[in-house]
Design a protein around this ligand. Structure first.
Ligand code: ADP
Ligand code: MG
Length: 449
């Protein structure tokens, strides 16, 4: 499968010329990132890494991913309001995984107090890879759903124009016309604005950015649990981090998270929705009968969601978990071993699965992980543009993300539920794991084929 012709990909003079133009175009369109060397400096930026050409994505699978997004929004929302499900599903995990346990204790504490805010804002991204079936077809398989700090809504709104320009310069006008518009940033903002309105705030929406420590120092709750930071009432808390242990640098960070969770502010996500994004919940949802119980009168919804699930297997203690261990040890290359972590670079592949599992297969430590079928996408040739890296033609794998935005009132139907755009990330097929921020994947655009 190649959307860009082979002779174009191998025209060295053209590629060298395009490389320079591509980087300029990225800068012009604001496809920017701060640098690793000076991550906090507003003085130095570089282009965000991206592919020279868009990558082919089968049209039917792309549209399937968009169409199922509003169902995933509802699924996340429903599970977040199902304490029995969350308690049962995460019971084994929180015994061995300290980070999830810490989040869970905030969840329990907030639940014990009377619920202060019934409005929920969800801004998520469901990620997929296109799996090759033995019969030669491809199918859409979900990698995970990110319910906290799902990134690249902004940059992916800007990359279409960069690829359009590159294709124009390369005289690939047909391909240029096929680049899709994409504006997740606008849709995510609509979700924020809706939640803001429901909170009962005035029109103008000022935004402040603070670290957990700042919130701990200058934040407080009043008697009706309204959240104030720096003397200003906060309507919506959007968590840009808080999804990995390193984000909580002190006890103050945890105190700040708890204070915000207890507050009347709308949280994006609230602690229960954050927990719905764990790999353990993902694995439990794939268990036969679980979706059916969550959507009892909607067999069509169940079919559409389930069609995107890859094989997911429990490592809980007992017969079923033992079977999972045996399966993984027998064919490690067919699986991915995943801990309850976010941010890329945490998964375990191939031979290393055996090493890790051999060490803990008889201990409850294994319940910190789940096992998943390894998706085998078809590699496509492309060039990855990354600051400081020499350009070369690489065999690449792509991952499609779909952004969802919703606003709900607990116990009621959705007030707002939309699929708001997409993201394509592409990496060299040498790398098993890792996203854009981890320095492995780069931004891309789908070229529907
Ligand atoms: P994280 O929360 O760290 O982003 P993911 O589940 O998204 O964890 O996995 C990180 C990366 O690992 C993905 O972007 C993908 O490249 C790769 N990966 C994850 N699961 C699979 C899988 N089942 N098959 C193939 N690759 C996978
Ligand atoms: Mg991911």
């Amino acid at each position: 499968m190649s959307a860009i012709r082979k002779d174009v990909l191998r025209d060295e003079n053209l590629i060298r010329n395009l490389e320079e133009i591509a980087k300029d175009t990225a800068l012009l369109h604001g496809v920017l990132m701060r640098t690793k060397e000076t991550p906090n400096s507003p003085e130095v930026v570089s282009y965000a890494p991206f592919t020279l050409f868009p990558s082919p994505v089968p049209s039917a699978l792309f549209h399937q991913a968009l169409a199922v997004q509003t169902y995933f929004n509802r699924l996340v929302d429903q599970v977040s309001q199902n304490p029995t499900f969350l308690e049962e599903t995460l019971a084994s995990t929180i015994k061995v995984d300290d980070f999830t346990a810490r989040l869970f204790s905030i969840y329990r504490q907030v639940r014990q107090e009377c619920q202060s805010q019934s409005i929920v804002l969800g801004l998520n991204r469901s990620d997929y890879m296109l799996d090759q079936n033995p019969e030669g077809g491809t199918s859409l398989k979900q990698i995970e759903i990110n319910t906290i700090a799902a990134s690249f809504g902004g940059l992916s709104s800007r990359t279409p124009d960069v690829h359009r320009h590159i294709l124009k310069v390369a005289n690939l006008l047909e391909e240029c016309d096929q680049i899709l518009d994409n504006n997740p940033a606008a849709g995510l903002a609509r979700g924020l604005a809706k939640a803001w309105e429901l909170y009962g705030s005035e029109r103008n929406i000022p935004v402040i950015r603070r670290q957990f420590e700042d919130v701990c120092r200058t934040g407080s709750l009043d008697q009706s649990k309204r959240l104030f930071v720096d003397g200003r009432e906060i309507a919506i808390v959007y968590f840009r981090n808080g999804y990995m242990p390193q984000n909580y640098t002190s006890e103050q960070s945890w105190e700040a998270r708890l204070m915000m969770e207890r507050s009347l502010a709308v949280k994006c996500p609230d602690i229960s929705t954050h927990l719905v994004g764990t790999k353990k919940v993902q694995q439990e949802l794939a268990r036969p009968g679980v979706l059916e119980r969550l959507f009892p009168d909607e067999p069509e919804t169940v079919v559409q969601i389930r069609a995107t699930f890859a094989g997911l297997y429990t490592l809980d203690m007992g017969e079923e978990g033992d079977k999972t261990v045996a399966m993984a040890l027998a064919n490690p290359d067919q699986y991915v071993l995943k801990p309850q972590r976010e941010g890329g670079g945490n998964n375990i592949y191939g031979k290393e699965i055996c090493e890790v599992l051999e060490n803990m297969k008889d201990s409850s430590d294994r319940t910190a992980y789940i096992l998943m079928d390894k998706i085998q996408p078809r590699p496509v040739e492309n060039y990855l543009l990354r600051p400081g890296a020499p350009l070369r033609l690489s065999s690449c794998l792509s991952e499609l993300g779909v952004f969802g935005a919703y606003v709900s009132r607990k116990g009621n139907d959705m007030v707002f539920n939309e699929c708001v755009g997409h993201l394509l990330r592409t990496k060299s097929s040498e790398h098993a794991d890792g996203g854009v921020a981890a320095g492995v994947a780069v931004l891309d655009n789908p070229l529907l084929v």
